[in-house]
Design a protein around this ligand. Structure first.
Ligand SMILES: Nc1nc2c(c(=O)[nH]1)N=C([C@H](O)[C@@H](O)CO)CN2
Length: 137
């Protein structure tokens, strides 16, 4: 959110992060990868739609990060994508829609799948532009 006070513009962005989130899913371009679940690592940053949780100290006004983790577990159980890109996009769109997040950053990595590389993957950012200008103008 951008606020204008006089000639100054202030960016206010509260972010929930989930780091080193590891879970199993079936994903890959090869037939064996569609049959056997492999561990992936997710790292997420999710902007909050407002700062009510910080102001009110109340879970009803918060984006419940336990629910977000549960939503991701459900996606991983229900889908088997070919590409990490498709999984990252699905997670990003789901979070923005379900939790009204204005911006997300989603990294998805496979572990030890390519020789000599510890983690390899994709990182995407998605966001919606604010309607109007500062202070709703
Ligand atoms: N850009 C991508 N390249 C590759 C992907 C992917 O998801 N995105 N996946 C694979 C295989 O599934 C790999 O994980 C197994 O070697 C290869 N390239």
């Amino acid at each position: 959110m951008l606020y204008r006070v006089g000639v100054f513009y202030f960016l206010i962005m509260d972010i929930i992060f989930l780091r080193n989130f590891r879970a199993k899913t079936r994903i890959g371009i090869y037939p064996w990868e569609r049959k056997v679940a492999q561990t992936i690592q997710l790292d997420l940053e999710i902007a909050l739609p407002n700062k009510r949780a910080a102001m009110n100290d109340c879970i009803e006004d918060a984006m419940d990060y336990a629910q977000i983790a549960q939503s991701i577990h459900e996606i991983l159980a229900e889908h088997n994508f070919s590409l990490l890109e498709a999984l990252a996009e699905h997670i990003a769109q789901t979070i923005m829609l379900q939790y009204e997040a204005p911006w997300v950053k989603v990294s998805v990595a496979k572990l030890g799948i390519v020789r000599g590389v510890e983690k390899i993957g994709i990182c995407i950012e998605r966001g919606i532009k604010e309607k109007g200008g500062c202070n709703g103008e």
